[in-house]
Design a protein around this ligand. Structure first.
Ligand SMILES: Cc1ncc(COP(=O)(O)O)c(C=O)c1O
Length: 363
C-alpha cells in the first residue's frame, strides 16, 4: 500500500500575498522569459544557460491550472524542539505526492503543440517518473519512463497508473541512457531530465516562491538536495524575493556528493550512495552545482537515523505523511541548530510517497 498524492486537495492559500521585494537584478535575463512556448531544444540540459526569477514567475502562471497550491503548516512543539520558527511548505500534498509535479508540469506545458504531440521521455524510478506521467496526462500526450530492473514496485505501479509506458532496462547508467535515447529517436519524444532541464528547475522554484509570498520575508530556507533541481530553483526564487536570505541544502550522510562538491570546489560524481532517502541518491548536476555556488548555498548533513527520527516527529506533530527524502530537512535543522536559532525558517517538505507496509521505524 502506498500513500500517494493528495489528488483531491484544494488548499487555498492565496490570502496572504503581496510581498513584492523583488531584486530587479534577477528579473530581466534568461531564456524562459522570452516566450511562453519555447522550442524543444531549450528544454534539454544547457550547461551555459540560466534560469531567472522571471522564469519561475512564468512557470507559476503556467502550472497554476494544473498544480495544487500546497499548505504552509506550523507547529509550536516542533518550533520548541528546533529552537526556531519553522514554516513547512507541504509538497507531500502536491499532485502525484511530491514537488516534482511542478517541474514536470512546467516542462510539459512549455512545449509547442507540434512538439508536445510526440510525447515526453525520462528516466526515473521515483517521483519524477510519476510526476512526468501525470503532467503528460494533463496535456493528453504520451509519456515514456525508463526504470531500472528491480525498481520499487509501488513506484513503478504509480508511473503506470498515471498512464505512462514503462520501459525496463538493466540497472546501469549506460543502459538507462541508451534506452532513453533510443526512445527519443524512435518516437520524437522530448527528453525531460529530472533535474538539469531548465523548465524543470524553474518549475521547482515555484514552491519557494509560494512559500515566501505567503509567509513574507524569512531568514532562511532549507530544502533537500539530490540532483539539485529543487534547491537550484528555490535559491533563485528566494534570493530574488529576499536578497539577504540564507539557503541550506539538506543531504544524507550516505549521499553527501553536494557537500563534498562544495568542500572540494568541484563537482563530485563518483560517490556510491547508501541512504534510506531514495529521492536523494542522484549525484548533483553540473548546472545545479553552479547554482549552489552562485547563491552561496550551504549543505548540511544528517544521518539516516536522524532522518527517521525527524520523519516520525513530522508524522506525530504535523499529522502528515512525509517520506525520508523530505524529513532530512528537519533532521538537518535539529542537528545544525546553531544556524537557525531564533530565526524564521522556510522548510520544503518535498514529498509523501512512502510504502506504508515498510515504514522505517517498524522494523
Ligand atoms: C521527495 C524528494 N525530495 C527531494 C528530492 C531531490 O530533488 P532534486 O533531485 O531536485 O534535488 C527528490 C528527488 O527525486 C524527491 O523525490
Amino acid at each position: 500500500m502506498t500513500a500517494t498524492a493528495g489528488e483531491n486537495l484544494r488548499a487555498d492559500f492565496s490570502a496572504v500575498d503581496g510581498y513584492n521585494g523583488v531584486n530587479p537584478a534577477f528579473v530581466n535575463r534568461g531564456w524562459l522569459r522570452q516566450s511562453p512556448f519555447r522550442p524543444p531544444d531549450c528544454l534539454k540540459p544547457m550547461s551555459n544557460a540560466t534560469v531567472t526569477f522571471a522564469d519561475i514567475e512564468a512557470a507559476a502562471a503556467r502550472i497554476a491550472p494544473h498544480a495544487h497550491g500546497t499548505p504552509l503548516l506550523r507547529s509550536a512543539s516542533l518550533d520548541a524542539i528546533a529552537g526556531c520558527r519553522l514554516l513547512f511548505k507541504c509538497e507531500n500534498f502536491q499532485r502525484a505526492g511530491a514537488f516534482k509535479f511542478r517541474g514536470a508540469c512546467n516542462a510539459v506545458w512549455s512545449l509547442s503543440d507540434a512538439v508536445a504531440v510526440r510525447g515526453v521521455v525520462t528516466h526515473s524510478s521515483g517521483n519524477h517518473g510519476a510526476a512526468l506521467a501525470l503532467a503528460a496526462k494533463t496535456r493528453g500526450i504520451p509519456a515514456h519512463v525508463v526504470v531500472p530492473e528491480g525498481a520499487v514496485a509501488t513506484k513503478v505501479a504509480a508511473i503506470r497508473a498515471y498512464g505512462a509506458t514503462v520501459h525496463t532496462c538493466a540497472p546501469t547508467l549506460a543502459a538507462r541512457d541508451a534506452m532513453a535515447s533510443g526512445i527519443e529517436r524512435a518516437t520524437g519524444a522530448t527528453m525531460v531530465h529530472p533535474f538539469t532541464n531548465m523548465a524543470v528547475i524553474a518549475g521547482q522554484g515555484t514552491a519557494a516562491l509560494e512559500l515566501i509570498r505567503k509567509a513574507g520575508a524569512i531568514d532562511s530556507l532549507i530544502a533537500p538536495v539530490g540532483g539539485g533541481g529543487l534547491i537550484g530553483g528555490s535559491a533563485i526564487a528566494a534570493k530574488a524575493l529576499v536578497p539577504r536570505i540564507r539557503i541550506f541544502a539538506a543531504e544524507p550522510e550516505g549521499a553527501a556528493d553536494a557537500s563534498e562538491s562544495l568542500r572540494r570546489g568541484e563537482r563530485v560524481t563518483d560517490l556510491v550512495p547508501d541512504t534510506l532517502c531514495d529521492g536523494l541518491r542522484a549525484a548533483i548536476g553540473a548546472i545545479n552545482f553552479d547554482l549552489l555556488r552562485e547563491h552561496a548555498v550551504q549543505a548540511l548533513l544528517a544521518s539516516d537515523a536522524e532522518t527517521v527520527a525527524a520523519m516520525r516527529l513530522l508524522w506525530e506533530r504535523l499529522k502528515i505523511v512525509v517520506e525520508p527524502s523530505s524529513a532530512v530537512a528537519l533532521a538537518a535543522i535539529v542537528r545544525h541548530r546553531e544556524h537557525f536559532a531564533g530565526r524564521r525558517v522556510g522548510v520544503i517538505l518535498t514529498g509523501g510517497n512512502v510504502d506504508l507496509d515498510h515504514l522505517p521505524w517498524s522494523g
